[in-house]
Design a protein around this ligand. Structure first.
Ligand SMILES: C[S@@+](CC[C@H](N)C(=O)[O-])C[C@H]1O[C@@H](n2cnc3c(N)ncnc32)[C@H](O)[C@@H]1O
Length: 233
């Protein structure tokens, strides 16, 4: 395989073992990302097997299509939210599946591209959308959501114990003008944290960025929508 694909997917062996792939079975990768899990699944299929690869990020689908081109005949790529799984599978004419895999979170290409605005390590516009066709961005959450909502997102999704102080600091800062970049947000978060929190090993903005990312992408709603819908199989 090309050097571009040397990145090791999370828990690859365990995930593939857990799927106990039937060579002629039908499988779903609900979070294609850079396609590492999908490649391992499709390698376990014969020509009679089928894999459906879903991602809400059209860039991921484009790259996945290129990476998985040798198995194109067995794969269907679907742009969408796995929260709509039942409808996506219906649209693809799939009535039953033998196994599904979901590798939740941000992909390395999303994190590594500063322009996507997911990373607290690079200065970029506040975006954080996994699906760039969606309208809600981190800019809106940070600049327009009420302080109490911000506090909830930081506490509930980011598990940030200083959520109240950070939300208050964001509200103060944006009163002087919009917060435009991830770098500006990191500085506001730093300024709101006590010295002890700044000495922690993990980056001081890690929890807040996680909370805002989950709010922007509605990740928890997608999971519960998917779990409530009847699965084929
Ligand atoms: C951690 S990465 C997956 C990595 C992948 N397993 C691999 O081997 O490279 C997660 C991917 O899931 C996608 N994603 C997250 N939430 C989603 C959702 N609700 N519906 C569809 N795709 C989603 C993201 O865009 C991202 O590309």
């Amino acid at each position: 395989m090309s050097g571009a694909y040397t990145h090791r997917p999370v828990l690859l062996e365990e995930a593939i073992q857990g799927l106990a792939i039937r060579p002629d079975g039908v499988y779903v990768d609900g979070t294609l990302g850079r396609g590492g899990h999908s490649e391992a699944i499709v390698r376990g299929l014969t020509a009679g097997g089928r894999l459906l690869c879903i991602d809400r990020d059209s860039q991921a689908l484009e790259e996945g299509r290129a990476r998985l081109a040798p198995w194109a005949g067995q794969i269907t790529f679907l742009h969408g939210n796995f929260g709509d799984l039942a409808a996506l599978l219906d649209g693809a004419g799939v009535e039953r599946v033998d196994g599904m895999l979901f590798d939740l979170g941000v992909s390395s290409p999303q994190l590594d591209d500063p322009a996507r605005g997911f990373s607290y390590q690079a200065d970029a516009p506040l975006d954080m959308r996994m699906d760039q066709g969606e309208t809600l961005t981190a800019w809106t959450v940070v600049n327009q959501w009420p302080r109490q909502e911000l506090r909830r997102v930081l506490a509930q999704y980011g598990e940030e114990r200083y959520a109240a102080a950070i939300a208050a600091a964001i509200e103060r800062a944006r009163a002087a003008g919009p917060i435009e970049t991830t770098g500006a947000l990191v500085e506001i978060i730093r300024g709101a944290l006590p010295a002890a929190a700044l000495r922690e090993k993990q980056h001081p903005a890690k929890r807040s960025f996680q909370g805002i990312r989950i709010a922007v992408n509605d990740e928890l709603t997608a999971i519960s929508r998917m779990l409530q819908a009847p699965f084929p199989g």
